[in-house]
Write a protein that binds this ligand. Structure first.
Ligand SMILES: [Zn+2]
Length: 612
């Protein structure tokens, strides 16, 4: 088929970026796509690739070849009727008219793009919409080309999926072939599923320096991170390169063009050497291919880097980059706590009220330079949680703010259940000495924490302070500092918030907020989102402050509370085995004031106001 294309195909200047005779050598990776579609044993060819790699023209070649060389009924399936008509007008018709061999195949009835059918001497091409099952039924076809598969309708369960209908149409031809191509969308998207069903081929190329075979990945596109931090800076500098996975040598765009013709498609699980020995005898029925923009002869390394730098702070742009440039599925959806979902957590309850289901109370303190932010949270079965109260204490010159905080958190009891704090975590980023004093005074309830970023899924690590000044031996009763993997708890909190909207009837992990929090609190809770970032040569996922947001104490306190809940093993309070767990022992009798901390109904001074 690739030879046929080289001989016959001419690209129409109105619709092609590189008009003139088609040359498969220009995009060497497309040779196997096309040849596969003409092999007698191949029933399926799936191409999951980014935009700008030439897959549209390669697919057009498949149609042209079948019309000319293997006359048979064929169907091109587009997402909807409009795109099907446009494909006929802008892709198929120009191809036919620019190609003498194909034009000679047209009959007097000629073409009928309006009705989305094109008749040839011994074949017919149907242009169909994936949204219309009736259009796709009733005609048997030997070749099906499905384009922009990601925009096909999702299977609703009521009628057969578009792909099932297509398969049904080809049943009478034992030598049929189904060619699907698209950029990917999500993990359960059609193109991704079909790619996984096939033999999952990736294009391996040899390094021009050391000769080592490798697939190209975005991770190894490099630039000077310190000098170039924005898309505009990259467009000015135009300085990025590819780093060989094996010898770390620099591979420039010019060298990429030398590498491409030497490349080889290798299925998942095979090395280049193994495959070289096997490939002449393989008879895989379904060949699936993955290719991203890094392989495109039209896209330079710096363009990829600039697009990434432009997109990295905005999830929507990032999704476009990941789907359409990297040709990978997008998955960061859960990691953005939206104001709407947070608002859905608000219930008819004021601060200070402790619902009956609360069994354990935890506290969290965020130490700032000029104030102490705090919150108290209640926990019930299945990690259901209620924010009971939150506020702040401004810094006093004589350290009085810490005493005031002690009063609020530890003197007195909360709710009808007369609960006291089981655990109170204190972030010691600022004013660590004062925080340490506070933690010492309130042992063992108060715990010192430090937020850390860690890629491994370890929620906590610890170290002890208080070592003997000479021997370095840890003293008995030394204070433990808990390193909290905040990224992990942010994931946890974000998924709990999302669940409020997605699964309104489950109580597991449900978060409840009182209705008298300042509006500021809810916006603060939505102040961060998770993005893909690069750390050296690695691509990592990080929680970062959204553009336009600044303070985020409310979010930090919520995250610390999630950590405090886990430290108290609130995750073990499971309703399904409630009968088997021992009843929680009542809290020890308070030593100081017996009266409830706050008269019922009294509003608590909140964030935004100094505590009297
Ligand atoms: Zn190398």
């Amino acid at each position: 088929m690739s030879e046929w294309a080289d001989e016959h195909r001419v690209l129409d200047p109105r619709f092609a970026s590189e008009p003139g005779p088609w040359s498969t050598a220009r995009i060497p990776y497309a040779r196997e796509w096309m040849d596969s579609a003409a092999l007698p044993w191949v029933r399926g060819v799936t191409i999951c690739g980014s935009t700008q790699i030439g897959k549209t023209e390669a697919v057009n070649n498949v149609i042209g070849y079948y019309i000319h060389q293997r006359p048979s009924p064929a169907m091109m399936v587009m997402p909807n009727a409009d795109s099907a008509r446009l494909a006929g007008e802008r892709r198929i018709l120009p191809m036919v008219m620019a190609n003498d061999a194909l034009r000679a195949e047209l009959t007097e009835r000629s073409h009928d793009v309006k009705n989305r059918e094109m008749a040839f001497r011994s074949s017919i091409l149907y242009l169909r919409s994936a949204h219309s099952p009736t259009e796709m039924s009733s005609v048997p076809v030997r070749l099906v080309v499905g384009d922009e598969v990601k925009n096909w309708p999702k299977w609703s369960g009521k009628e057969a999926s578009p792909l099932a209908l297509v398969r049904e149409r080809t049943r009478t031809f034992t030598d049929h072939v189904i060619v699907l191509c698209s950029t990917p969308s999500t993990r359960d998207g059609l193109i991704q599923r079909e790619f996984m069903q096939g033999d999952q081929r990736r294009y391996h190329v040899p390094c021009p320096h050391c000769g080592a075979w490798q697939t190209l990945t975005f991770k190894r596109v490099k630039w000077d991170n310190e000098k170039i931090a924005t898309g505009n800076a990259m467009r000015a500098a135009k300085d990025a390169w590819y780093e060989c996975d094996h010898c770390s040598a620099r591979i420039d765009d010019r060298q990429k063009r030398e590498m491409l013709p030497l490349g080889m498609w290798v299925p998942e699980g095979k090395t280049v050497e193994e495959w070289r020995a096997l490939r002449d005898s393989e008879r895989n029925e379904h060949r699936s291919y993955h290719l991203w923009a890094g392989y495109s002869p039209w896209i330079t390394w710096w363009k990829i880097a600039a697009t990434f730098l432009d997109a990295k702070h905005e999830p929507a742009d990032m999704m476009n980059f990941v789907n359409n440039w990297l040709a990978e599925i997008w998955e960061d959806k859960i990691n953005d706590a939206t104001v709407e979902a947070i608002a859905a957590c608000v219930e008819e309850r004021v601060q200070g009220e402790c619902p009956d289901d609360v069994m354990v109370l935890t506290g969290a303190v965020d130490v700032q330079k000029d104030r102490l932010e705090w919150s108290v949270q209640g926990w019930g079965m299945d990690e259901e949680s209620w924010l009971v109260a939150a506020g702040k204490v401004m810094r006093a010159r004589d350290g009085d703010d810490w005493r005031e905080l002690s009063d609020i958190l530890f003197n007195g009891v909360w709710g009808k259940q007369q609960l006291r704090l089981r655990c109170c975590v204190v972030d010691s980023r600022y004013r660590p000495d004062e925080a340490l004093d506070f933690v010492r005074r309130h042992q063992p309830v108060a715990r010192m924490i430090i937020g850390v970023e860690r890629d491994a899924p370890i929620p906590f690590t610890t170290h002890r302070i208080d070592k003997h000044p000479r021997t370095g031996i840890v003293l008995p009763n030394a204070i433990v500092v808990w390193h909290v993997n905040v990224g992990m708890f942010k994931d946890l909190v974000a998924s709990r918030i999302a669940r409020t909207v997605e699964e309104p009837n489950t109580r597991r992990g449900r978060m409840h907020l009182p209705n008298d929090l300042p509006v500021d609190w809810l916006t603060q809770m939505a102040s961060e989102h998770k993005v893909r970032e690069r750390s050296g040569s690695k691509e990592v996922h990080r929680w970062v402050i959204k553009p336009g947001h600044q303070r985020n104490e409310a979010w930090d306190l919520t995250v610390y509370q999630a950590a405090a809940g886990r430290l108290q093993r609130c995750d073990l309070l499971r309703s399904e085995d409630a009968a088997t767990i021992p009843k929680l022992t009542p809290p020890p009798a308070p030593t100081t004031p017996k009266k409830p901390h706050r008269p019922p109904g009294a509003r608590f001074p909140l964030l935004g106001g100094n505590r009297p």
